[in-house]
Design a protein around this ligand. Structure first.
Ligand code: ZN
Length: 563
C-alpha cells in the first residue's frame, strides 16, 4: 500500500570533518542574522541535520539491542558511542549561541520558550573535557546490557534468558515459582562481582564528570540531563514522602489480600507477581494472535490509533518476541527523518506482554501524533510526561481486555490496578536509592546493598526474600536496568502513574472525553514542560498538595480490599 517500511530506512554515520564545517557555517549565519526569519531559516537546516543524527543513533542502538552478539552491530554501536559526545558538543555550540542571541526574544516568540528552557538545562551538562568519560560510560552500559542478555538459565531442563524465565514468576505452581526465582537470583549472585564493578565504575565516572563540570556531585547534573525544567529535588523528595505515607500502607493491605487469594500465610519474594491461585490470566494466544487482537482493539478505540497501528505493523516497526542474544526490556525509539517510531519488547507469554505492548504503543502513538511539531526538541516531551502517554494508554485499553483474556479480563484489570499502585513505592525507592548513591560516590558495594535493604524496609515493608540469595542481601536494584543505563530516570514513572490513574478515573466517568483529552495531549508532544502539559489535559500535578491522596482514595474503591 506504499506505506513506509522499516527495512527501507537507512542512515549513514555522519562525516565529522564535513559536519564541523557545516556547523561553523551555521554559527556564522546565525551570528550574522539581522532578523528572526533569517535565524529561523538557518535553524530549520540545523534541525534537519539533527533529525538525521537522531535517526542514525536510533538505528544503531536498536540493531545492537536486537542482536547483542552480532560483531558488526556491536562495532557500529561503538562507533556511534565515540561520535555521540562530539555531536552533542556541536549541537550545544549552536544552542549556546541561540540562548545568548540578540534576537533571542523574537526567536523565542516564534519557536516557543520550551526549546530555550531545554537548551539552558543542557548547556551546563557538556564540555569537551568529559568526552572520553562519556565514551567510557557508553562502553560500561553496553557491558551491562551484554552481560544480562547473555544470561543462560537452566530450569527443569529448559534453557531460558532473563525475559524467558520471568514467565515462571506467574506460575500457579508455588514450587516452580520458587525454583525459578532461585535460578534467577543465583545467576545474579554468581555475577554480583561483575555487576558491582560495572556500577562502581559508572558511579565514579559520573561523579568525576559532575566535578569536572563544576557540580558538587552527580545528582544536580543528573537532573539537568533529565531536562527537568519545572521541578527540582525538593519537590521530588516531598513526593516520595507522600508515597511512603499514603501508598506503602495500602501496599501492605494489597499484599494481605493477595496472600488471602493465594491461600498462603504471607506473600514471599517468589509470589509477588501472582495474584490468583489458578495463576494470573494469560493472553489466550501467541504473538501473531495478539497482534490480530490488538488490531481489533485499536480499530475500536479509534482516535487515530487505528490507522497508526496499521502503519506500524504493516511497515514492520515492531520487534516483540524474545530470543537468544536479544537484549531485555521494552522501549520505543523513533526515526525522526521519516516521523515513524519503533516498538521493541520481549514477549514471554504472560499478561505483561499486553501491558508492555500497550505501554510502548502509547509512546509510539504520541511520537507519531507530534511528528508535525516543527522542532526535533518537541517530538518527545521530557520523560515524566512521556510516561503519561504510555501508562495512560494501558488504562484506556481496559475496556478491551476481554479480547486478550476472555472471561479472565476482570482479573487482569484487578492485577493491573494493584500493580500500578504497588509500583509507586518501588519506583520512589529506586529514585531515592540513586540520590543516596550519588551523594556518597565512594561507598563500597556492600554499603550500596545495605542502602537498598534499608529502603526496601522503608518503602516495601512486605518484602521477604526467604532463602533466595542476592535479593536477601539487598541486591534487587542490580536487575533494574535504569539504575545502570539511565540514571535518575525512574521517578518519572511514578509521577506519570499518578497522572495515568487520573486518566483512568476520567475514563470511568466519560470514556470519550478521556480519549479526546489523551489524543490532544499526545499531539502536543514536548512543546511545554510537564506541569503545563499535565494541566492542559486537566490533570492535577502530582506535586500539588493532596493530589496523590485524592487519586489513591478513589482507586481504593475499585480494589477488592475492604474499605
Ligand atoms: Zn515508557
Amino acid at each position: 500500500m506504499g506505506s513506509i517500511q522499516f527495512s527501507e530506512i537507512e542512515q549513514a554515520a555522519p562525516e565529522m570533518d564535513q559536519l564541523r564545517d557545516q556547523y561553523s557555517r551555521f554559527r556564522e549565519e546565525l551570528q550574522a542574522a539581522q532578523d528572526e526569519a533569517t535565524a529561523v531559516e538557518v535553524m530549520n537546516r540545523w534541525d534537519a541535520l539533527r533529525r538525521e543524527h537522531g535517526c542514525w543513533i536510533s538505528l544503531t542502538h536498536l540493531r545492537f539491542h536486537q542482536d547483542t552478539a552480532n560483531a558488526e552491530y556491536k562495532q557500529a554501536r561503538e562507533h556511534c558511542d565515540q561520535l555521540t559526545p562530539q555531536l552533542t558538543e556541536l549541537d550545544i555550540s549552536i544552542k549556546r549561541l541561540l540562548v545568548n542571541h540578540p534576537l533571542r526574544d523574537k526567536i523565542e516568540s516564534r519557536i516557543g520558550a520550551q526549546a530555550f528552557a531545554l537548551w539552558e538545562a543542557e548547556i551546563p551538562t557538556y564540555e569537551p573535557i568529559i568526552e572520553e568519560d562519556m565514551v567510557k560510560q557508553s562502553t560500561l552500559s553496553a557491558r551491562y546490557i551484554e552481560l544480562l542478555a547473555a544470561a543462560s538459565l537452566e530450569l527443569r531442563g529448559e534453557t531460558l534468558n532473563l525475559s524467558g524465565i520471568a514467565k515462571y514468576a506467574e506460575s500457579p505452581d508455588r514450587e516452580l515459582r520458587h525454583e525459578a526465582q532461585l535460578v534467577r537470583c543465583s545467576w545474579f549472585e554468581e555475577n554480583q562481582d561483575q555487576l558491582d564493578e560495572i556500577f562502581d565504575n559508572l558511579v565514579s565516572l559520573r561523579h568525576g564528570m559532575a566535578r569536572k563540570l563544576g557540580f558538587d556531585n552527580y545528582v544536580e547534573l543528573g537532573y539537568l540531563l533529565m531536562q527537568r525544567v519545572d521541578y527540582g529535588q525538593d519537590d521530588v523528595a516531598r513526593y516520595r514522602q507522600s508515597v511512603k505515607e499514603l501508598v506503602t500502607p495500602l501496599g501492605v493491605e494489597l499484599r494481605k489480600w493477595q496472600a488471602a487469594e493465594l491461600g498462603i500465610d504471607k506473600v514471599m519474594a517468589w509470589d509477588l507477581a501472582v495474584f490468583f491461585p489458578e495463576g494470573n490470566p494469560l493472553p489466550e494466544g501467541d504473538h501473531d494472535w495478539m497482534i490480530g487482537q490488538a488490531k481489533e482493539m485499536f480499530d475500536e478505540m479509534g482516535g487515530g490509533l487505528d490507522s497508526f497501528f496499521r502503519l506500524l505493523s504493516d511497515g514492520g516497526f515492531m520487534d516483540l518476541k524474545t530470543r537468544e542474544g536479544k537484549a531485555g526490556g521494552g522501549f520505543c525509539t523513533s526515526f525522526e527523518t521519516v516521523g515513524m517510531p519503533f516498538i521493541y519488547a520481549n514477549f514471554n507469554g504472560t499478561r505483561g506482554d499486553v501491558e508492555v505492548f500497550t505501554h510502548e504503543m502509547g509512546h509510539a502513538f504520541q511520537c507519531y501524533m507530534s511528528r508535525k511539531q516543527p522542532w526535533v526538541d518537541y517530538l518527545w516531551p521530557t520523560y515524566e510526561s512521556c510516561e503519561i502517554h504510555s501508562m495512560g494508554l494501558e488504562f484506556l485499553a481496559w475496556p478491551y481486555m476481554e479480547k486478550f483474556f476472555g472471561e479472565r479480563a476482570e482479573q487482569f484489570r484487578q492485577i493491573h490496578l494493584a500493580g500500578a499502585l504497588l509500583f509507586l513505592p518501588y519506583g520512589v525507592a529506586v529514585d531515592h536509592f540513586q540520590h543516596l548513591v550519588y551523594a556518597q560516590p565512594n561507598a563500597s558495594a556492600a554499603e550500596r546493598h545495605a542502602i537498598w535493604q534499608e529502603l526496601e524496609r522503608e518503602y516495601l515493608p512486605w518484602m521477604d526474600w526467604g532463602d533466595l540469595p542476592h535479593g536477601s542481601n539487598g541486591g534487587r536494584w542490580q536487575s533494574q536496568r535504569h539504575i545502570y543505563l539511565s540514571p535518575f530516570y525512574y521517578i518519572d514513572y511514578t509521577l506519570a502513574q499518578t497522572c495515568a490513574l487520573q486518566f483512568w478515573l476520567r475514563a470511568r466517568q466519560d470514556s470519550q472525553q478521556a480519549m479526546d483529552d489523551y489524543v490532544a495531549l499526545c499531539r502536543r508532544g514536548g512543546e511545554a514542560p510537564f506541569g503545563e502539559l499535565a494541566s492542559s489535559a486537566g490533570l492535577v500535578s502530582p506535586f500539588q498538595e493532596g493530589c496523590l491522596g485524592d487519586v489513591i482514595q478513589q482507586a481504593r474503591q475499585a480494589l477488592p480490599i475492604s474499605v
